[in-house]
Design a protein around this ligand. Structure first.
Ligand code: ADE
Ligand code: ZN
Ligand code: ZN
Length: 299
């Protein structure tokens, strides 16, 4: 089959846009994760976050949680772009840190779970030792940790390498041509906003907050806990994500499929739970980080 030059150019432009256009949870997803987290911050965390954010933010972390997506294409920040996800080998529905957490050149630790460990350690060492404040930009550490904690809960941010976490799987979302990754970052949330929440993100967040205090209240302590008394446990979250990717995201979503009501209604509860878990775990991680300082100083 021979393609005309025009067709070649069009195909290359479309493919490049589909792959490069890949963000993470969209702005709404990240805002939701961070807003939910804010409601579970302990006193030391509220104070530390306020100190680290610019004055204009007035302590509102949520408005800054998409910042790592906004900067990742700039040349000086391009090194951060592989830190938004982790890939498993083709059709492997499990995740292993040593096997999977690397970039395309096999540099170890360059993936979303490695980034969560790294920024947790930076913030912890600053809590324990004020010299670290000189070495690390702790405002950046807080924003990256908050953003990547959201990303690791998006099931396709632990997706197969072969399809770039669903980015190369072209599907229709109702009448709209898109890719599977974008469906999970944005479309399910946008459709939920339009269908159930009168296009209001704060109404959706309120509904999730209500579920956290009613339906999910027994689960919250389990979500918060981290094995072996660790400060952060992103490996557990990535394992859950690839399991959900296989059971819900990739399932019945092969290239060329039209995804409509059946897919939307059965996957929305998964998206809602992952946004809520991301928020609870971000708060729990920041609370563990910032309470360490208070404990050390005996206050
Ligand atoms: N976003 C861009 N590339 C990705 C990949 N390989 N896996 C998941 N998300 C991505
Ligand atoms: Zn991201
Ligand atoms: Zn994404």
């Amino acid at each position: 089959m021979r393609l005309s030059l025009r067709m070649w150019i069009v195909s290359v432009v479309v493919l490049t846009q589909l792959v490069n256009g890949a963000l993470c949870w969209g702005k709404e997803g990240h805002y939701t994760v961070c807003k939910i987290a804010e409601g579970y911050f302990e006193e030391e965390t509220i104070a530390a976050v306020k100190k680290l954010l610019p004055e204009s933010a007035q302590g509102d972390l949520a408005t800054f949680c998409s910042w790592p997506d906004e900067i990742k294409k700039l040349s000086q920040w391009q090194w951060t772009s592989t830190l938004h996800y982790v890939n498993t080998p083709e059709y492997r529905c499990n995740y292993e840190y040593c096997r999977d957490c690397h970039d395309t050149q096999k540099h170890k630790d360059w993936c979303v779970t490695g980034a969560i460990f790294n920024y947790t350690n930076q913030l912890m060492s600053a809590s324990e030792n004020s010299q670290s404040i000189v070495y690390y930009n702790l405002t950046e550490a807080l924003l990256f940790l908050s953003h990547y904690m959201g990303d690791v809960h998006q099931p396709l941010h632990t997706g197969f390498l072969g399809d770039l976490g669903g980015n190369t799987i072209i599907v229709h979302w109702y009448h709209h041509k898109t890719n599977l990754h974008h469906v999970w970052d944005n479309m399910i949330i946008e459709s939920a906003l339009n269908t159930y929440y009168n296009s209001s993100l704060s109404l959706m967040i309120q509904a999730l907050q209500a579920k956290l205090t009613n339906g999910w209240s027994n689960d919250v302590p389990l979500w918060e806990s981290c094995q072996l008394n660790q400060t952060a446990c992103p490996n557990q979250y990535a394992s859950e994500s690839i399991d959900l990717a296989c059971k819900y995201a990739y399932k019945n979503a092969t290239p060329g499929t039209t995804l409509g009501d059946d897919y939307f209604l059965s996957r929305l509860p998964v998206v809602e739970k992952r946004l809520a878990q991301g928020g609870i775990r971000l708060a729990a991680t920041l609370n563990r980080i910032f309470s360490a300082k208070a404990k050390l100083s005996g206050s």
